[in-house]
Design a protein around this ligand. Structure first.
Ligand code: DC
Length: 226
């Protein structure tokens, strides 16, 4: 009797610079998962709207401009990059100071969240179609809103000072505590550790130690482990 390989969905949530992307990247390679960094999607839409001169206070303009955007996906290696009207948004354009300062404000708007909801869920089909063994999606509301029934839901935290140091080392000065405050206090899909998620504090852990904890739990979900 052949065993149908199980397609797994792994959700990783946590604050800014809590280690989500680094761990998700390693897990994607190890288990052949498609990696979706949803923060980069919010950043890409924010960069596009800023470029169009849209202000967060003008909800009607935000809705109108979002309706004009066709979202697509370009898979490169294990990464699912978003495209807007057929064009991939350059990394440099989404990691700069202007987007860092604006993204949490745009991400708090219900119109932004609904523009990305179906898109993010659709990446599971994208991953299946491209024969990945599963999807690892990281963000703020993946385990709470996007995939509440994911096979595994992780919530990463780390001391804010340590997180600010990590961003500095990456050459990306970023007000992580302020973004967390905005992301946690918004009404629409706030950053929370959902009930049942596996919480990991990475302040004093090396990347390899965090990955080891997660990988053990993921392997246990796969037929025969890995
Ligand atoms: O992961 P990041 O720091 O690049 O995310 C940038 C911003 O995007 C973050 O401050 C809040 C928003 N975001 C969100 O609201 N929901 C997600 N699932 C991912 C990111």
């Amino acid at each position: 009797m052949s065993i149908t390989p199980k397609f797994i969905i792994v959700a990783i949530d946590g604050g800014a610079a809590s280690g989500k992307s680094s761990t998700a990247r390693v897990l994607a390679q190890r288990f052949n998962l498609l990696h979706a960094d949803t923060g980069s999607y919010y950043r890409a839409l924010t960069a596009e709207l800023l470029g169009r001169g849209v202000k967060t206070a003008n909800a009607a303009a935000v809705r109108a401009e979002l309706a004009d955007l066709r979202l697509g996906t370009k898979v490169a290696g294990h990464d699912a990059h978003i495209t807007i009207n057929g064009t991939e948004v350059a990394e440099a354009a989404i990691r700069g100071a202007a987007v860092n300062a604006a993204v949490s404000h745009f991400a708090a708007l219900p119109a932004m969240r609904s523009a990305l909801l179906a898109y993010q869920r659709g990446l599971a089909d994208e991953a299946r179609g491209k024969k990945f063994a599963g999807l690892v999606m990281e963000g703020r509301d993946i385990g709470s809103v996007i995939f509440p029934k994911a096979d595994l839901r992780f919530f990463l935290s780390a001391d804010p000072l340590e997180r600010a140091r990590r961003r500095d080392r990456q050459g990306q000065p970023d007000a992580v505590a302020e973004r967390d405050r905005l992301d946690s206090s918004r009404e629409a899909s706030p950053l929370i550790c959902p009930a049942g998620a596996v919480a990991i504090d990475s302040t004093r852990l090396e990347l390899a130690e965090v990955v080891k904890k997660m990988a053990g739990l993921i392997a246990a979900k796969l037929p025969g482990g890995i």
